[in-house]
Design a protein around this ligand. Structure first.
Ligand code: GLN
Length: 492
């Protein structure tokens, strides 16, 4: 019996039940079968993956905890010599000269890329519909969005095309698609993982994370991903930990002594009552594991979407200034001046949402508006972080639903930016405060998966993962496969 998780595949590879080549070929077959409908991958690197798999099988590769396991990278991580688009036309022809730190570290642990996943353009979006390469579809219901921006990674893992994938989370882009696709999405603390080689959207918020089947797998990836990197000045100067070791032992009352605060502001009128019911059931499960669950208030939390949609566009307008048609990516022909080269290239290269954000960002940073918008948003962000810090004086973890409702239909929100932005109301807060957080599959509404979100103190990754793991030992939501999707190798 082979479980299609990183932990399960490690056991199967070590026990000789399967070879890396068999595993990689199985993933490639699935991709061939399912990707035309899902549009989860933008680029494949089958040849190099098969070569890496053979090297792992022959013992020529260096080994490591993830040896022989193919994974997918969100197309926002630079991969040397392999096209990296960030979902944008402006980078359609871009093959980076170096690997992102995350790609490099996972490769050192033995995991090799099988391809790059589709995403909202420059990670701006919540539905994976803003991609230049077309929308990703949700394996649970092909008429629905998988969420975004890491929708390609989420759909690929949910449909069993790969056992795990990387993602990035600026305001929810790992947790929200994980919730809508019924898998585990983990965002470490800001600064826990190097941003080197990760194409920047909003630098004070962007963080690399993972999309996996289980919290245990998220810990296995973080073991390799975390740690200081002198090439990223915002990367924390503290060594990584053995996160997977923190998950054992785990008894029946694994959460005895753990205090969990239900964020009152999350249980608001915007929450689908069916999701609210799922969440109450989730809290009962955590209580059954010994946790003390109480209600806490983050009074400034309702400001988070407003704050985020000032800060993130401001930083994006500055980060995306580098795409000018001169140094890399698209260059529109026929410009008769430097200014025309910039404007024509950027107009042709960026999609509508990206242009909207650049305009908003430029505006909130401009003279006369800077104090009224950007500075005020930064102050509110500070107050919000203080709210979280105060809450963590009386509880160890915070909990809430990941999204206000299950997956929405493709096309339902794309023409209404405000509706799209409000889909992230529950994930933005922890991102603004830089906290480690996770979404785990925790129920179903009308046959669609729903996520439970857990948030911890800065750098308390182990605590967050431990609670999520305890929940998954007790429940089976993470073992479900979308209708019509067979578990690879015939098991959960
Ligand atoms: N949906 C949010 C946005 O559009 C968050 C995206 C993200 O986390 N990258 O900005």
């Amino acid at each position: 019996m082979i479980e299609f998780s990183l932990a399960g595949l490690r056991r199967a590879l070590d026990g000789g039940e399967i070879s890396s080549l068999e595993l990689t070929e199985a993933c490639l077959r699935r991709i061939e079968e399912r990707n035309p409908a899902l549009n989860a991958f933008v680029t494949l690197c089958a040849e190099s993956a098969l070569k890496e798999a053979s090297r792992a099988d022959s013992g020529k590769a260096a080994g490591g905890p993830l040896a022989g396991i193919p994974i997918a990278h969100k197309d926002i991580f630079c991969t040397r010599g392999l096209r990296t688009t960030a979902g944008s036309r402006i980078l359609d022809n871009f093959a980076p000269p170096y690997d992102a730190a995350v790609v490099e570290r996972l490769a050192q642990a033995g995991a090799f890329p099988i391809g790059k996943t589709n995403m909202d353009e420059f990670a701006m979006g919540s539905s994976s519909e803003t991609s230049y390469y077309g929308p990703v579809l949700n394996p649970w219901d092909l008429s629905r969005s998988p969420g975004g921006s890491s929708g390609g990674s989420a759909a690929a893992v949910a449909a069993g095309l790969v056992p795990a994938a990387t993602g990035t989370d600026t305001g929810g882009s790992v947790r929200q698609p994980a919730a809508l696709c019924g898998i585990t999405g983990f965002r470490p603390s800001y600064g826990r993982v190097s941003r080197y080689g990760m194409i920047a959207f909003a630098s004070s918020l962007d963080q690399a994370g993972s999309l996996t089947r289980t919290a245990e797998d998220a810990a296995l990836l973080l073991d390799s991903m975390a740690g200081h990197d002198p090439r990223d000045s915002t990367c924390a100067r503290r060594p990584g930990e053995r996160y997977s070791a923190a998950l054992i032992p785990m008894g029946a009352r694994a959460l005895e002594g753990v205090r969990i605060g239900v964020v009152k502001e999350f249980i608001s009128e915007g929450l689908d009552p069916r999701c609210q019911q799922v969440f109450s059931d989730n809290m009962a499960t955590l209580r059954g594991l010994g946790a003390a669950v109480s209600e806490v208030s983050l009074p400034r939390l309702p400001l988070s979407a407003a704050v985020y949609y000032v800060v993130a566009p401001a930083e994006c307008s500055s980060n995306l200034a580098r795409f000018d048609g001169v140094r890399f990516g698209l260059r529109e022909a026929g410009a008769d001046s430097l200014e025309a080269l910039y404007t024509q290239t950027r107009r042709a290269g960026f999609g509508e949402e990206v242009r909207r954000r650049i305009l908003v960002g430029g505006w909130v940073l401009s003279k006369g508006y800077f104090d009224a918008y950007y500075l005020k948003a930064q102050r509110a962000r500070r107050l919000l972080a203080d709210d979280f810090a105060r809450a963590f004086e009386s509880v160890d973890l915070l909990a809430g639903p990941t999204t206000p409702a299950p997956a929405f239909a493709i096309g339902e929100k794309i023409d209404d930016p405000i509706q799209m932005y409000l889909n992230d109301v529950y994930t933005i807060g922890a991102a603004l405060a830089g906290l480690p957080c996770i979404s785990i599959p925790a129920g179903a509404v009308a046959g669609l998966p729903v996520g439970l979100q857990l948030m911890g103190r800065p750098f308390a990754e182990a605590e967050v993962l431990r609670c999520a793991h305890a929940y998954q030992l007790e429940t089976d939501w993470h073992r479900l496969w979308p209708p019509g999707t067979a578990a690879p190798f015939g098991t959960a």
